[in-house]
Design a protein around this ligand. Sequence first.
Ligand code: NAG
Ligand code: NAG
Ligand code: NAG
Ligand code: NAG
Ligand code: NAG
Ligand code: NAG
Length: 234
Amino acid sequence: MSSRVLFGLFLAVVAIASVDCNSERDALIVWKHGLVDPSNALQSWNSTLPSPCTWYRITCNSENSVIRVDLGDNNLSGILVPELGILANLEYLEVYGNNLFGSIPDEIGNLKKLVSLDLYQNNLTGKIPTSLGQLSSLRFMRFYNNRLTGSIPPSLGNLTSLQILELNSNLLTGTVPVEVSNLVQSGTYLNVSDNMLQGTADRSNSTSNRANYCCELLLFRINLFVALIYISLF
Ligand SMILES: *[C@@H]1O[C@H](CO)[C@@H](O)[C@H](O)[C@H]1NC(C)=O
Ligand SMILES: *[C@@H]1O[C@H](CO)[C@@H](O)[C@H](O)[C@H]1NC(C)=O
Ligand SMILES: *[C@@H]1O[C@H](CO)[C@@H](O)[C@H](O)[C@H]1NC(C)=O
Ligand SMILES: *[C@@H]1O[C@H](CO)[C@@H](O)[C@H](O)[C@H]1NC(C)=O
Ligand SMILES: *[C@@H]1O[C@H](CO)[C@@H](O)[C@H](O)[C@H]1NC(C)=O
Ligand SMILES: *[C@@H]1O[C@H](CO)[C@@H](O)[C@H](O)[C@H]1NC(C)=O
């Protein structure tokens, strides 16, 4: 074959590939395969379509690139897959109120245009990825009511656009990093209560703080003990 024919063949292959290949659609199909969907919410997520823009709860921009995934309260169970990190123009990832388990993929930190990351009320475990500190457009990070462990990454202090940071009701340990508590001074609403955090960096001013409760209980027991000794002596 002459090089001209070969080049023609090459162009034809490229043309076919660019018609058939949509990496965002394929990433969402990989995610669908990681989900159990008893209400059949994702029925329209069909890989034979050229783009995912007409699928249920998917919104695209004028370039047919995905900017919103709105799947809150849809009875979905399953995992968040690393392939979600391919959705380079994603601004809203709304998957609250499902039964997602497993950990938050590091690749979510690639979503540089993300404005809102709502993972609250699921069953997510593992650590909050350090990579989430790269989400410089993020305004809302709501992770409450999960089972996240480990400490709060100091990198979250880089999220200077953050308006709401809700990490409450998880199993987080350690102390609140000063980088993160400094966000409060620049106007971020922070709730870290109902975790297993040390110290009093808990700014929600809650009296139901477990540490306080334990101290009060201990004091009460010591007082009772002293009182009983007193009574038995006299
Ligand atoms: C996807 O759409 C094609 C063509 O409309 C249809 O034949 C196929 O059954 C659909 N697949 C799923 C999983 O719904
Ligand atoms: C979720 O499941 C419950 C019970 O199975 C059902 O009543 C409800 O309609 C479902 N919600 C959605 C959004 O499909
Ligand atoms: C969360 O997962 C645990 C097991 O890992 C399970 O026992 C529990 O029922 C789940 N919670 C919800 C709300 O689905
Ligand atoms: C983010 O924060 C961490 C720790 O506070 C710091 O080491 C890192 O250089 C910061 N990264 C960026 C991209 O600003
Ligand atoms: C902060 O988190 C706690 C525990 O989840 C919750 O009870 C409380 O209502 C939250 N505070 C606000 C102001 O939302
Ligand atoms: C914080 O706690 C103090 C002492 O219990 C209380 O007087 C104050 O009203 C609380 N502030 C808020 C905003 O709840």
